[in-house]
Design a protein around this ligand. Structure first.
Ligand SMILES: Cc1ncc(C[n+]2csc(CCOP(=O)(O)OP(=O)(O)O)c2C)c(N)n1
Length: 332
């Protein structure tokens, strides 16, 4: 399928981003990939339980969004939440310990892989579309408190747009002029169902936005510079107009839906030929002379060691005291 992407200029992104910022974001992307692959191996070794959804392949989107919008906005996302938590300041120690179900974990071992949070990340959500009303509420807060330079970024998968909560939230956000940036990360699959078999329209954001009286855009989620420029523009637009925006970021998940999914329904040739955002970023850095192959390999090795050290930290951390099991959790 061919997409009509929002137009951005690479040169313009390079004018706004310093060498240090690009290298920092490359480092973030490598850290996310290392975290996902080491955590996956811990899962397979029986050290991690529950669900586990890897963000591998989608790194450029949230890395660029956080770079363009900053740490002060509100963020919400799906159960595929490891990357956003890392980008918003959670440590590899606390996240790995959370996966291991330990007291030192990000949610004291209560949430596991799908429920990471930070001061500005309102959580990963296990219910498809569950975070959309939450992200909308965060945008309402910004407006209610008169925080004119603050927006809410709400990430979701393509599967969420068929949910009632999506419709009600977007209608309300448009009606009340709420500063919300809704980002559909279209990795082309909702579990094992191809998006085109579940969603009645293509160009999801552009088509659906019209029905809410919003602006809708499609972006290439595999291209960091393009994503950065696009997110910079979206935030500026939301602040300028006070109105929400709906975006579809076309991407590819490099793994199955979750760790237990071997993705046998998927054509392996597509994966073999699709862009890896990290490889693309490496190419850009080499082209610009921002770093060398050796330096980048060294960076990757350091990050691997950092994540491996976090596995040791998690392993050695205490289990939650059984007497506190009901503390900090909500169950009706
Ligand atoms: C309301 C609800 N229905 C069904 C599920 C089971 N479920 C979990 S993930 C998923 C697919 C969602 O796909 P998508 O929104 O495209 O996100 P992706 O996993 O591809 O990032 C489904 C159906 C759920 N968690 N919540």
């Amino acid at each position: 399928m061919s997409y009509h992407f929002f137009e951005t200029k690479k040169e313009s992104a390079l004018e706004h981003l310093s060498r240090e910022e690009i290298l920092t974001d490359f480092r973030h992307m490598l850290l996310i990939r290392q975290f996902e692959s080491r955590a996956e191996s811990a899962y397979q070794a029986g050290r991690v339980g529950g669900f586990f959804h890897s963000y591998a392949g989608q790194e450029a989107i949230q890395t660029a969004a956080v770079r363009a919008c900053g740490l002060k906005d509100w963020y919400s996302t799906t159960y595929r939440c490891h990357a956003l938590a890392l980008l918003l300041g959670a440590t590899t120690d606390e996240l790995m310990a959370e996966l291991y179900g330990r007291e030192t974990g990000n949610a004291k071992g209560r949430g596991g892989s799908m429920h990471f949070y930070t001061e500005s990340l309102l959580g990963g959500f296990g219910i498809v579309g569950g975070q959309v009303p939450i992200g909308t509420g965060a945008a309402f807060t910004c407006k209610y408190l008169g925080q004119k330079d603050r927006i809410s970024l709400c990430f979701m998968g393509d599967g969420a747009v068929a949910q009632g909560a999506f419709h009600e939230s977007l209608n309300m956000a448009a009606l009340w002029d709420l500063p919300c940036l809704y980002v559909i990360e279209n990795n082309k699959w909702g579990m094992g169902t191809a998006a085109h078999r579940a969603i009645s329209v293509s160009a999801i954001a552009e088509t659906k936005a019209v029905g809410y009286g919003m602006q809708g855009y499609t972006i290439d989620g595999m291209d960091y510079l393009h994503c950065y420029e696009a997110f910079r523009f979206f935030k500026e637009e939301i602040i300028r107009t006070g109105k929400p925006i709906l975006v579809e970021a076309i991407t590819e998940r490099l793994k199955g839906h979750s760790i237990s999914d071997p993705a046998l329904y998927r054509d392996k040739n597509i994966l073999a030929t699709c862009t890896d955002p990290i490889v693309a970023m490496k190419k850009l850095i080499l082209e610009k002379g921002f770093s060398t192959e050796e330096e980048m390999e060294k960076m990757d090795k350091e990050l691997r060691e950092k994540v491996v050290a976090s596995m040791k930290y998690a392993e050695e951390s205490p289990w939650p005291n059984i007497a506190t099991l009901e503390e900090g959790v909500f169950a009706p």
